[in-house]
Design a protein around this ligand. Structure first.
Ligand SMILES: [Zn+2]
Length: 468
């Protein structure tokens, strides 16, 4: 600023000095053109010439500015449009996250009009349409994503999810398989393939997808994807692949039938993953018993019983050990006492049941008395009542039955997602249709629906009593 001022003063001084000098110069200039004749002082002519030069420079600048004005205006307008478009995009995405469909749609329309970024504005439009319940727009968007190489995977995943939501399972599976073929290590794509193949009962096609999920480090999937859930799925798939062989239905599914060796391998895989999955243990033990391989059967049954004591093991152990009644009870009691802390009370109740069946009432009473009150479940109390009835002690029997009413409920298959109980193991929960969600456990977080299904557990207990 100061520099400019000094510069201006110097310029003015110089201009005044040179003007003064020019005025002092003698001489005139004469110009004749047609009938005109102009006569001026030379000094004035020089000043006029200089002024003309300045005028020309000014005119040139003005012309240039006028020529570039539309371009400048256009650039300015584009910048403003861009800013408005990005604002609409941001507001639209905020509306989507807040679940405000109509506002999202309005902003999406603006963003589309103002911005030239189809991947962004289309995404907002699709999200807004999806929020408003229009899945076709979302479908069109995902379809457009599948066309570009770097967005194809996400496009197929999105299409699979949409089709799944719309219950078009074939379409969903095809899209999920395409996504998995693009990214063969993606746990997200594999999880979709797993659940869709499992929904169709294609166990052998679902198994490789589960392997991809287990190999992937990230735990992302459509369902509560925990290590325990994956372990349950692995066990279920192995058991389900083996089962057709043992079902003995030789006419059906002859093409899908697996070999005996493969069936046994799958059951062993299921039991190695979870020794407490008793349906697999019973299936394999029965197979060995039929073939007369009692030692193998015994090993499976002993391991299974130690992991999860179940009434179904008792009779089979008797066959596998092939000993007399007294020796069986002694051996069974020994096995029960070696069972882990978590299942000790159930194992001892079953041992007492076996002793009672063999007529060893004293032994049964000793075992039942040894179970702490807090650990006695419904079955334990019913057995105590039964013993009291045999001893004609009706007071004790009535007391035990009363206690049974408020006691811990016996184990059953309970869905880990919706908590509904089921009498039998199913590949899919009968209530929420989750795959491999059933766990053998004491009823937990019972819903009213679950309580209604309690008949199942009652039937189990009744059935057992009838067997006796
Ligand atoms: Zn469920």
């Amino acid at each position: 600023m100061l520099f400019r001022l000094i510069w201006l003063v110097v310029f003015l001084v110089l201009a005044a000095a040179s003007a003064n000098w020019l005025m002092g110069q003698p001489g005139r200039m004469q110009l004749e053109w047609l009938d005109w004749r102009i006569e001026i002082r030379t000094s004035l002519a020089v000043v006029l010439l200089i002024m003309l030069c300045f005028l020309l420079i000014f005119a040139d600048r003005l012309w240039r500015r006028l020529v570039t004005l539309p371009g400048w205006l256009g650039r300015n307008m584009r910048r403003r449009r861009g800013a408005a478009g990005h604002k609409a995009l941001t507001l639209g995405l905020m509306a989507v996250s807040a679940g405000e469909a109509s506002e999202a749609k309005r902003q999406a329309m603006w963003a589309q009009r103002l911005l030239d970024a189809p991947q962004l504005t289309d995404l907002l439009s699709a999200q807004a349409a999806h929020l408003a319940g229009d899945n076709r727009a979302a479908g069109r968007y995902f379809q457009s994503l599948t066309k570009a190489q770097d967005t194809a995977f996400l496009g197929h995943i999105g299409l699979a999810r949409l089709a799944h939501e719309g219950n078009r399972l074939d379409e969903a599976l095809a899209a999920a398989r395409r996504a998995l073929s693009l990214k063969p290590k993606s746990a997200m794509a594999a999880a979709q393939v797993l659940h869709l193949e499992a929904a169709r009962g294609n166990w052998s096609d679902a198994a490789p997808a589960l392997e991809v999920m287990i190999a992937a480090k990230n735990r992302t999937g459509p369902q509560n994807d925990t290590p325990r859930a994956r372990s349950r799925q692995k066990v279920a798939l192995a058991y389900l692949q083996a089962r057709p062989f043992f079902d003995g239905d030789h006419n059906e599914q002859t093409l899908n039938r697996i070999s005996e060796k493969e069936a046994v391998r799958q059951l062993r895989l299921a039991l190695a993953t979870d020794p407490g999955f008793w349906p697999a243990a019973i299936l394999l033990a029965d197979f060995y018993l039929r073939k007369g391989q009692r030692r193998r059967a015994a090993k499976i049954l002993e391991t299974g019983f130690s992991a999860v004591p179940h009434a179904l093991f008792s009779d089979r152990l008797k066959q596998a050990w092939k000993v007399n009644e007294g020796a069986f009870v002694a051996k069974f009691i020994k096995l029960a006492s070696s069972t882990g802390h978590a299942h000790a009370a159930e194992a001892e109740t079953l041992a007492a049941d076996a002793a009672l069946a063999a007529g060893l009432e004293g032994e049964a009473r000793r075992l039942l008395d040894g179970i702490a009150q807090a650990k006695r479940d419904v079955v334990t109390w019913q057995l105590i009542a039964h013993l009291a009835e045999i001893g004609e002690n009706s007071t004790e029997a009535a007391m035990a039955l009363r206690a049974a009413g408020g006691a811990i409920r016996p184990r059953g298959w309970q869905c880990q997602t919706c908590h509904v109980m089921s009498a039998e193991w199913h590949s899919h929960c009968l209530s929420c249709e989750g795959f491999a969600t059933l766990e053998w456990q004491r009823p937990d977080h019972l819903t009213p629906l679950g309580l209604a299904d309690d008949r199942a557990v009652e039937n189990l207990t009744k059935g057992k009593a009838a067997d006796d």
